[in-house]
Design a binder for this molecule. Structure first.
Ligand code: APR
Length: 312
């Protein structure tokens, strides 16, 4: 069977780590794409990664390019093209710079990779994935945004450290938009089935929820740029679910058509990812407070999407 082709659009910090993980997990051959001005950078990164395969033993080719033709026919596209946050910036501050970039990527993806399963990471995530889908006209099942898996991973780590439990046993679920009003769903957050509310005091839990919401910003203020190891690991989990038809339930930005009282918007919700892409959107019960928080988060996403639509 031919190896799968993984196209990574953006060869920066997240792109490089995505490539590394895709090779190590042998998901397929990797093409690292960047703009012409950074084509050599992409080529150098690809060569470095490919040389590492003689130590890891991974059978994968890694190519760096500035030409979309080289990405043609990709089975999976992961999009990180854009500018990351700097200290003091919100994700929404990135709209003006990243909107023309996502449009350029969407037009080329439509032309060269019409059958790909597309995972968008560029921020502001919920608006960028919306625009990608709108612009390409791709089936909503094949276009998804990476945020919930990352936000849930951050939440899970903080809970593991607070409780002393193994990270393996923490199941965390964060819903809503990928912004500071995301919604940690406590009823679905457990240490191997035991609800965290039974294990962590209310005030401590509130602090952990707050740290999770600002989890991206905490890293931006420490590093001066945004995170890349955990975002890459999160997107790779989604790509693996698709390529391996794993039917994993993963919180992801999915196109809603009435679920959670929301229409024509990408919002973070639990979905099943398998060979059909986003095969199912799961509607979970939320308590009144969580429903209120989700509504607020949806309203924030809508505001950014309205800005995007107004400039279409
Ligand atoms: N097509 C392809 N790549 C592009 C384009 C384009 N039109 N425009 C910019 N890029 C490339 C940049 O040249 C850069 O190499 O995208 C890459 C982004 O890499 P970094 O600046 O290192 O940013 P990174 O940390 O990887 O984050 C990328 O993901 O989480 C989000 O907020 C983050 O929007 C940002 C994105």
């Amino acid at each position: 069977m031919a190896r799968k082709k993984i196209g990574l659009i953006g060869a920066g910090n997240i792109g490089g780590e995505l490539a590394n993980l895709a090779v190590l997990k042998q998901l397929g051959d990797v093409v690292l794409f960047d703009i012409p001005a950074k084509e050599n950078f992409a080529k150098g990164k690809a060569l470095d990664l490919e040389q590492a395969t003689s130590l890891s033993g991974a059978d994968a080719h890694v190519t760096g390019t500035g030409k979309w033709e080289d990405v043609a026919g990709a089975d999976v596209l992961i999009v990180t093209a854009g500018i990351p946050r700097k200290p003091g910036q919100s994700r929404d501050d990135l709209v003006a710079t990243n909107l023309p970039i996502i449009r350029d990527v969407a037009d080329n993806a439509k032309k060269h990779c019409p059958n790909a399963f597309v995972i968008v990471i560029s921020n502001p995530l919920d608006a960028m994935v919306y625009e990608f889908k709108r612009r390409t006209g791709f089936d909503a099942k094949k276009v998804v945004g990476m945020a919930g898996v990352l936000d849930s991973a951050r939440f899970a780590l903080f809970l593991a450290r607070e409780t002393g439990a193994s990270i393996k046993d923490v199941r965390a679920m964060v819903l809503g938009g990928h912004g500071d009003d995301m919604v940690p769903a406590l009823a679905y957050t457990t240490i191997n089935g035991v609800p965290v509310r039974q294990l962590v005091a209310k005030e401590t839990l509130a602090k952990i929820v707050d740290r999770t919401r600002k989890g991206g910003g905490e890293i931006v203020s420490l590093m001066g740029t945004s995170a890349y190891y955990a975002p890459a690991a999160a997107a790779i989990a989604m790509a693996e679910a698709y390529l391996g038809d794993q039917k994993r339930l993963l919180p992801s930005a999915a196109y809603l058509t009435g679920q959670y009282g929301c229409k024509d918007l990408y919002v973070g919700v639990p979905v099943i990812i398998g060979k059909g892409g986003v095969e199912k959107i799961i509607e979970v019960e939320l308590d009144e407070e969580e429903r209120g928080m989700l509504k607020k988060s949806i309203d924030s996403v809508q505001k950014v999407v309205d800005v995007v639509k107004a400039s279409a």
